[in-house]
Design a protein around this ligand. Structure first.
Ligand SMILES: [Zn+2]
Length: 130
């Protein structure tokens, strides 16, 4: 059960009002979540961002702020951009490998006439029953 002040109000040592903007997204049982966004953006900026965000997307906004703040702490230079760059590089490498593999398949198909391949398969299958 979650009770008492939210993590933000607890950190700021103030009373947590019933309409606290932080309360739904920064519960008291996860103080690290608030400390992470507070460290990167500042508590009042996080509060302002949440207030300017429509209520139906605030939970996702809070999750994004937390994730991006974590990334920025782990990689102060690139943050989330570092992860995005790695993923783009992986996609590029995989596309390159796929193109090479498709080219090799095309070469093998060109070198091996279909009739010859079919007769090889039939000979192989016939050998099963001998
Ligand atoms: Zn609060």
């Amino acid at each position: 059960m979650i009770s008492g002040r939210c993590a933000a109000c607890k950190n700021q040592r103030r009373k947590c009002p019933s309409d606290c903007i932080f309360s739904p997204y920064f519960p008291p049982n996860d103080p690290q979540r608030y400390l992470t966004v507070h460290r990167i953006y500042g508590g009042s900026n996080v509060g302002r961002m949440l207030q300017k965000t429509p209520p139906y997307v605030r939970a996702r906004a809070a999750d994004c702020l937390y994730y991006e703040a974590q990334c920025r702490i782990e990689d102060p230079v690139y943050g989330c951009f570092g992860i995005i760059s790695q993923l783009v590089q992986q996609i590029h490498n995989t596309q390159s490998e796929l193109t090479k593999t498709q080219a090799q398949i095309n070469i093998l198909e060109f070198q091996t006439p279909q009739v010859e391949m079919n007769s090889s398969i039939e000979q192989f299958q016939a050998s099963w029953f001998e």
